[in-house]
Design a protein around this ligand. Sequence first.
Ligand code: GLA
Length: 390
Amino acid sequence: MKKNLYREFKNLFNKDAENAWFSPGRVNLIGEHIDYNGGLVMPCAITFGTYVVAATNDDGMFRFRSLNFEDKLDISLQQDYKKTGESWFNYPLGIINYFLKDGHQLQGLDLLYYGDIPISSGLSSSASIEVVTAYALNDLFNCGYSKLDLVKLGKEVENVFIGVNCGIMDQFAVAFGEKDKALMLNCDTLEYKAVDSNLGEHVLAIINTNKPRKLAESKYNERVQECQAALKALQQELNIQNLCDIDSTALKRYQHLIKDEVVLKRARHVIEENDRVKLAAEALASSNLAEFGRLMYASHNSLKNLYEVSGEELDAIVEYSKIDPNVAGARMTGAGFGGCAIALVKESAFDNFSKAVAAYYTDKIGYAPSVYSSLIGDGVGLLKEVVGNL
Ligand code: GLA
């Protein structure tokens, strides 16, 4: 982190901060558009994230400041907030709203945020700011929520206050992530295992398309509805609660129930992707990176052709990866419609990969991507415990 947030806080608010917290962003190794269908996902927390420093005040005001954005908000402590415009502070405001609705007595707060997750890159900057705010409030006001409560609260804010019908993967990953581990999360039961992200001689590359995401939220909500339509059609004969309650063999038997061709394509993606996550977990456990990579490519293909959430930018990165012998596998990660792709790249060849994928992409798309070598880090916590002292 390049900023001394305590000093910046003091400059802005003329007093010392009480404490600082950090929440990471996340990538998802495999299991895309699965969480809101009750299946298996495999995300990891990354070392990019959101920092917040805060102190209570006695004048009953919430003051939100960010080192990333000019817009700021000063708002008095009241009972019911509403989302206003598209500003970043809606996320923390939504969290505060839920603490208040839950009956917690809060005091005014001065808050300063800083994030190093590339904005709108599909690396969960919104889950990160939600979870870090919830975690800080819980600490500052001794509200007694468990980490899982905070995850659920973050998702609720995203669904109701912000209006995106996301699943629970992002909030869960940024809260429960562990250094050098991937989380095998069952999004129905919320049981999870932290498994070694045993990438052998490979590192995880994150390639940001730098494509401004447009209509992503409405398209995302449209996919959620299509999945609900598929589930409803299957429920005519099957006693299931989630699309991921069946596997691809069962889908073949019952697919005649889904009359709409588009809806059937969406259901096929979800159910086959869920099967792929099970295979990917076995591949990772036996350090079979070639098989893991094959499943990543298959996942991307399905997101492109069946779920239709990729795009020429993400496809260009995957196309390049396929011709580079030092890449085991690649796919888009997160919701899609722009954002980031990930690739498993031989560590010794990372610099070459980085240059070559950027050249290929720029030639095809007309502007450059950003390429990072990601470190898999810890989930939310006090800054000094997760990142170290400033
Ligand atoms: C976004 C959502 C998640 C998940 C992914 C797709 O990141 O916030 O809940 O649905 O898309 O896997």
